[in-house]
Design a protein around this ligand. Structure first.
Ligand code: BGC
Length: 465
């Protein structure tokens, strides 16, 4: 019998990994859609003779759609289920990708990108939630980091594909090719089991037990987890009611908002959307150099995410975040100073790019994945949908603000001050992390909830006692 038990343990591990991998495919689409527009925009502009205003809308319509998608996905994933929401997201991805490749004018492209944004908003909300509910707690952080890894791979692949298609200038292919991974996502999602926690909230305990049996090493473990879920379901309240009536819950909703504001105001997306422009500021005037420089940015973003995957469940969330903000602040201060004193030689050009890459390293090894990890862990079960809806929507609104203000900041404050400003924010985030952010490594979601509801300080809700 021991060998049978061993076999079933192994197959359960494989099953858990596959499930998480599929849900993380949603992250790939998220990344492809963030990355693709940087390279496509110049060609779209030329093709349609698009005005600056139209260009701004072509970029930001997706973030607008994503905010709306994130808001509605709270309702969808609690009423229809996580799996069903992911399915809807995948279908919208297919429609949006195909449509944006065949549009006759900029106005329709803007509408098609709103549809894509809806897909990104729904999946960026549902995938981490699903992952946090399905992964065993000892690998929960790494599994959610896998989701972030897929986002970065998506951005990188989009940069590469843009660079490849830029020879012919065929932006329709740049946008349309994303239909292929969207179809794969849909096929994958069809095979996902429902989340056991969601099943339990709807009263389907037997089904929840069945899913847990397939995902956990032993049936005792599965039983124990179902018991914990039952326990935490005893307080019957929904997110909005809980928000109105429970100040402990209001604290984690606030924490989720703060975490996402922190992630976006590190300044990461300034680089994601405007990398070629930043290369230009640093003295690389040739557009081929700018395209390839952007590809390197995308690659460092992917590689450094592996550091986070290794550290998140070993070092824990807090020390990794603090180190990350420190590295980002350092990169931005030095870059700002170089821009202040002026970049004259080729060595100085390369040095400033190295600083940009150090910033990317800092983000990818910390705030990139960890903010999503924390946001999915801190909310009590009854208010999880509501809490994560609010934090994910905040992510997209803050994303839109950062993206829409960068060029204006450069023009009004100047290059150096703009980068110093982001450096200063990163220093502030170190302080906020020390004071407010909990360590949630190796703690079950139910335990975090008990700590929160007993009134512990936010930074202590992950404590073991
Ligand atoms: C952020 C995105 C960002 C990406 C970069 C994600 O965690 O939410 O806004 O573009 O990381 O890798």
């Amino acid at each position: 019998m021991p060998s049978n038990a061993h076999k079933s343990r192994t197959s359960n591990k494989v099953m858990t990994f596959l499930v998480c991998f599929l849900a993380a495919l949603a992250g790939l689409l998220f990344g492809l859609d963030i990355g693709v527009i940087a390279g496509a925009l110049p060609f779209i502009t030329k093709n349609f003779n698009a005005t600056a205003h139209q260009q701004e809308w072509i970029v930001s319509s997706m973030m607008f759609g994503a905010s709306v998608g994130a808001i509605s996905s709270g309702w969808m994933s609690s009423h229809l289920g996580r799996k069903q929401s992911l399915t809807a997201g995948a279908i919208l991805f297919i429609i949006g990708s195909l449509w944006s490749a065949v549009v006759p004018n900029p106005e329709i492209l803007i509408v098609a990108r709103v549809v894509l944004g809806l897909a990104v908003g729904i999946t960026s909300y549902t995938a981490p939630l699903y992952l946090s509910e399905i992964a065993p707690e000892n690998i929960r952080g790494s599994m959610i980091s896998l989701y972030q890894l897929m986002i970065t791979i998506g951005i990188f692949v989009a940069y590469l594909s843009d660079t490849a298609f830029s020879e012919s200038g065929n932006w329709r292919w740049m946008l349309g090719i994303i239909t292929i991974p969207a179809v794969l996502l849909l096929l994958g999602v069809i095979f996902l089991p429902n989340s056991p926690r969601w099943l339990a909230t709807r009263g389907y305990f037997r089904d929840a037990q069945h899913v847990l049996d397939r995902l956990r090493d032993t049936s005792e473990q599965a039983k124990r987890e179902l018991e914990e879920i039952r326990e935490s379901l005893k307080i019957k309240q929904s997110g909005w009611q809980l928000f109105q009536s429970n100040s402990n819950f209001r604290r984690t909703v606030f924490l989720g908002v703060l975490l996402q504001v922190m992630q976006q105001f590190t300044g990461m997306n300034v680089i994601m959307y405007y990398a070629p422009k930043i290369f230009e500021i640093a003295g690389f005037s040739n557009s081929n150099e700018q395209m390839w420089g952007t590809v390197i940015v995308g690659m460092v973003n992917v590689l450094a995410t592996f550091i986070a995957i290794g550290l998140v469940d070993r070092w824990g969330r807090k020390p990794t975040l603090i180190l990350g903000f420190l590295v980002m602040a350092f990169g931005m201060v030095v870059l700002g100073t170089m821009l202040h004193t002026g970049i004259h030689s080729q060595e100085e050009q390369y040095f400033s790019i190295a600083m940009l890459l150090i910033f990317i390293l800092g983000f990818a090894m910390s705030a990139g994945p960890l903010i999503w990890v924390l946001c999915s862990e801190i909310q009590p079960l009854k208010g999880r949908d509501f809490g994560i809806t609010v934090s994910t929507t905040t992510n997209w609104i803050a994303n839109m603000i950062v993206g829409a203000t960068f060029l204006t900041m450069l023009n009004t404050m100047g290059n150096a001050l703009t980068f110093w400003f982001y450096a200063l924010l990163n220093v502030l985030f170190i302080l906020l992390t020390v004071l407010l952010i909990p360590e949630t490594k190796n703690v079950s979601l139910e335990h975090i909830e008990r700590n929160l509801m007993s009134g512990k300080k936010l930074r202590d809700i992950g404590s073991q006692d």
